[in-house]
Design a protein around this ligand. Structure first.
Ligand SMILES: NC(=O)c1ccc[n+]([C@@H]2O[C@H](COP(=O)([O-])OP(=O)(O)OC[C@H]3O[C@@H](n4cnc5c(N)ncnc54)[C@H](OP(=O)(O)O)[C@@H]3O)[C@@H](O)[C@H]2O)c1
Length: 244
């Protein structure tokens, strides 16, 4: 790591296929990238290799964002590395895909901790110029087996609106509600093949969202002023569900 190198973007959830693409594109757009991951060191190593080959300054930390300790660790690491981010791109999410009747307080606490509360705590402490967080259609609709994560995403979206209020005018805040992206995590949705077909047939653009689509929008939101868009949740889903 080249400490204090240029403008930093912090990507939480960088080990996900979507987060990795976002980190790469932010790097290509001129940011130094600070990467947060947790369970998948191999994904982190792959991403770091790709950044290295492009000559993009980067640093990484594996920490669980489900509790205060892991969040403090991330904040301390950012501070000590002189990496206070201009952009916080938040994609961390975790949760058990089961009907609500099969969930415990532990499951819900974990899911909300990682997916929602950590976003609120990281963003409010770091006060980036741009906060961009990835949500999903399950925040506004009911998707079978997605109750825990869907409700946590809805909570995260509510925090985004409050942060837009509390951190203005220094910080602009955006949510991106991303349609279905074919990732290993998405394929664990109960009945995934049928869900995939239903989403495709309800999408005028005729294809699923790709990590590249998310990265493209993230880079625009990061780089362009767009301050009057603060507090908005944007649908990035090819028009899914527009028709009745
Ligand atoms: N795939 C889709 O269809 C879709 C649609 C809409 C929105 N999204 C959102 O896009 C993001 C990436 O999705 P994905 O499908 O690529 O899923 P994913 O691989 O499960 O991504 C989740 C990310 O969160 C991190 N994470 C999980 N538990 C954590 C913890 N305790 N502490 C810190 N980080 C933790 C993971 O890191 P490790 O793997 O290293 O633990 C990973 O980087 C998620 O926010 C997801 O909700 C996805």
């Amino acid at each position: 790591m080249d400490q204090g190198a240029g403008r930093w973007a912090l990507v939480a959830g960088a080990t996900s296929p979507i987060g990795s693409e976002v980190a790469l594109r932010l790097g290509e757009a001129g940011y130094s990238v600070a990467l947060l991951g947790f369970r998948h060191p191999e994904a982190l190593a792959r991403l770091e290799g790709a950044l290295e080959r492009r000559g993009i300054v980067h640093a990484s930390l594996r920490t669980s964002l489900h509790g205060q300790e892991g969040i403090d660790r991330a904040l301390g690491w950012v501070e000590e590395g002189g990496m206070r981010p201009e952009v916080l791109l938040f994609l961390a999410a975790s949760g058990v895909m089961r009907p609500i009747g099969e969930l415990s307080m532990h499951h819900l606490g974990w899911t909300f901790g990682v997916t929602s509360f950590s976003m609120a705590l990281l963003a409010s402490r770091l006060k980036p110029r741009k906060l961009i967080a990835v949500s999903s259609p399950g925040a506004g609709r009911a998707v079978a087996g997605y109750g825990a994560v869907g409700a946590a995403k809805a909570s995260m979206e509510a925090f985004l609106r409050y942060l837009a209020l509390e951190l203005a005018p220094a910080t602009s805040v955006y949510g991106i509600r991303v349609g279905l992206v074919e990732t290993p995590a998405a394929s664990r949705l109960p009945g995934f093949p049928e869900v995939r077909e239903r989403v495709l047939s309800a999408t005028p653009m005729g294809r699923l969202v790709t990590p590249g689509d998310v990265a493209e929008l993230a880079v625009v939101l990061a780089r362009e002023p767009l301050e009057m868009l603060t507090g908005s949740i944007l649908d990035l889903d090819g028009g899914m569900g527009l028709s009745i």
